[in-house]
Design a protein around this ligand. Sequence first.
Ligand code: A3D
Length: 320
Amino acid sequence: MARKKIALIGAGNIGGTLAHLAAQKELGDVVLFDIAEGIPQGKALDLSQCGPVQGFDAKVTGTNDYADIAGADVIIVTAGVPRKPGMSRDDLLGINLKVMKSVGEGIKAHAPDAFVICITNPLDAMVWALREFSGLPHNKVVGMAGVLDSARFATFLAWEFDVSIRDVNAFVLGGHGDTMVPVVEYSTVSGIPIPDLIKMGKSSKENIDAIVQRTRSGGGEIVGLLKTGSAFYAPAASAISMAEAYLGDQKRILPCAAHLTGQYGVDGLYVGVPAMIGADGIEEVVEIALDDEAKSNLQVSIDAVKELLEACKAIDSSLA
Ligand code: A3D
């Protein structure tokens, strides 16, 4: 069987980490693409030289030419610009929307059969725009945010309960950003829901509320510490788990920004929901019952995504 091919669009902090993880795990040969000349080539050379030390055979190459992504099985998109001081959310939206246009056209022309995972922010709008520009089927284009957000939630819960991270299952719905919805009722330690653990005296509502808030602003906390960029190790690891679910037809149910067609009362938007990833991409969106509080929080999140899409349509009339 021929080796799989993983194309990474954007060779910045996340792109480089993705390349390292994909090569280490031998998910396939890796192509790093970026518009910056020298960066993908330099990172690819450096990563290739990890091979002899770490014992992986994956070929890692760098390019500035979309033709080199031809035949990719998985594409992970991190191309774009992060928000800088003085830049409004709309400024970022306008710049990254243009980036999604060129990336979408590149994918459409050279790798229309790939499973595409978008990470570029603002995530829920960019994944939608990338799907529109690429014209790929909706089940083959997905956004990575929920795996990361629930990993953050799980980390804080494991610390709170002083238990192994392996026993924590944390659940986050909604858009990526301040309006995300960590769902306490569906989050467990070894199958025991968090509200039961509170009743057992293992934590308090106040502590869990603080953890929910810390999860919501988890990205900002890291930006505040790093000062020169945003998180990249955990975002890369999260996207790799989604790529593995697709390549291995694992049927994993992972929280991701998936295209909704009526589920959760939403039609035509990408929103963070639990979805099954297998060989057909997004094979199913799992619709769970929510209590009134989670429902109204999710609605706030959906409204925020809608607002972003309207802004995208105002910037690029081909999207309207
Ligand atoms: P960074 O290290 O700046 O890398 C971005 C790369 O994109 C740079 O190497 C640029 O040269 C490249 N680039 C810019 N324009 C283009 C283009 N038109 N075509 C190809 N490449 C281009 O950023 P990063 O890797 O830290 O983050 C990448 C993106 O992920 C940003 O938009 C972040 O905001 C976002 N992000 C999302 C999450 C989520 O959970 C959704 C988490 C962390 C970061």
